[in-house]
Design a protein around this ligand. Structure first.
Ligand SMILES: [Zn+2]
Length: 362
């Protein structure tokens, strides 16, 4: 984010940008958008071929990647799911070099195209991959911002070349435990999915179940109130929302089911000898009053709840049940207090991503 929004330093002339993207033995021209400007560079077809099968196709047999213009370039033939949700990619535009001699179809096929268009790729992330592909290891950064790490993950997924960056992953992910927890870093789900960081993947998804809020359309919001967007693994947001909804339903059920009990009978609920009616009336009244104060009255459906499940759990847990003379008893007065039930409900939440396919298994 920072890189794109920041002003392009004046001292970096366009020619210098072109140099960045021009590699030794470059024989294929590339077009890149860098600092909002079109830059032309040159890559080595041999290096590109070794780095990614998808790049090999772009350079030597672009027809292999055509007909998939509505899908991400990296999508496997047999996959029907998009790899991420909010981005689609234009077909990689290529222009073949005119063959100088006609030596048969085979030779024509192996002749590199004249130009490959990378304009819709993030240039900073692309530069990282190109430097690795061209063995410029000393120029590969040892740390990446969250934004660039995400963009690198997007390109690794798109070009199916995670192996290319693997030697750098331990450095780039060295602060993952801190980074994924930061506000607004929900797309760590995608980073973790691409780079097979299973624990981060499931921990972040579980946290979003507990802490995500929603808007009126039921979409997940970030802690700053913006709709969660950007690259996401397939189905993950839907699963997080499903599990969140189930959790909220279970939390609402705690006070509502207790109210149901009193509303469904005129018989005494309290079984303790003494003032049973007074006990029932006090408990029913305190739950009804507590539900109202918690903003849960009139009765809500799970989809009406836009606060986080965590906040809802706190509000339900804080509903205090009063009984005459403070003589409330789990055993006699109709069941345990809500503060006893909430931790069990929270700890029983299933992982939203347990059975979702991981990228490295696809
Ligand atoms: Zn009682």
């Amino acid at each position: 984010m920072e890189a794109q929004k920041a002003r392009r330093p004046i001292e970096i002339a366009a020619a210098e940008s072109a140099k960045l993207f021009s590699f030794k033995h470059g024989n294929v021209q590339i077009k890149v958008t860098h600092w909002s400007e079109l830059v032309r560079g040159k890559v080595s077809s041999h290096c590109m071929v070794l780095a990614s099968k998808l790049w090999e196709n772009f350079i030597f047999d672009p027809t292999k990647n055509q007909g998939k213009s509505k899908k991400p370039q990296c999508e496997k033939e047999d996959s029907i799911e998009p790899r991420w949700e909010t981005q689609t990619h234009k077909s990689q535009r290529v222009e073949r070099q005119d063959p100088t001699s006609e030596n048969g179809k085979q030779e024509t096929l192996r002749r590199p195209v004249k130009e490959v268009d990378f304009r819709d790729n993030d240039s900073e992330a692309l530069l990282v991959l190109l430097r690795i592909a061209h063995l410029q290891y000393n120029d590969v950064p040892t740390t990446l911002t969250y934004k660039t790490l995400l963009d690198v993950a997007v390109l690794c997924d798109r070009y199916n070349c995670v192996e290319l960056v693997e030697p750098w992953l331990s450095q780039w992910l060295s602060d993952e435990e801190k980074s994924w927890k930061e506000a607004g870093h929900e797309n760590w789900l995608f980073i973790a999915w691409v780079f097979a960081r299973d624990k981060v993947f499931s921990d972040l998804a579980a946290r979003m179940v507990r802490e995500a809020t929603t808007n009126d359309d039921g979409k997940c919001l970030t802690s700053s109130g913006a709709e969660v967007s950007g690259p996401m693994p397939p189905k993950v947001l839907e699963r997080i929302q499903e599990v969140r909804k189930e959790l909220i339903k279970n939390l609402l059920e705690v006070p509502y089911s207790r109210l149901d009990r009193y509303e469904s009978t005129v018989a005494s609920i309290c079984s303790r000898p003494g003032n049973r009616e007074g006990c029932d009336a006090a408990i029913y009244g305190s739950i009804a009053r507590g539900v109202q104060k918690a903003g849960l009255w009139p009765r809500k459906q799970a989809e009406d709840i836009h606060m986080s499940a965590k906040e809802l759990a706190t509000r339900v847990k804080d509903i205090r049940i009063y009984a005459p003379y403070d003589s409330y008893s789990n055993q006699y007065c109709g069941g345990p207090g809500f503060w006893d039930q909430i931790p069990n409900i929270l700890s029983a939440v299933p992982s939203p991503v347990l059975d979702l396919p991981r990228r490295h298994m696809m």
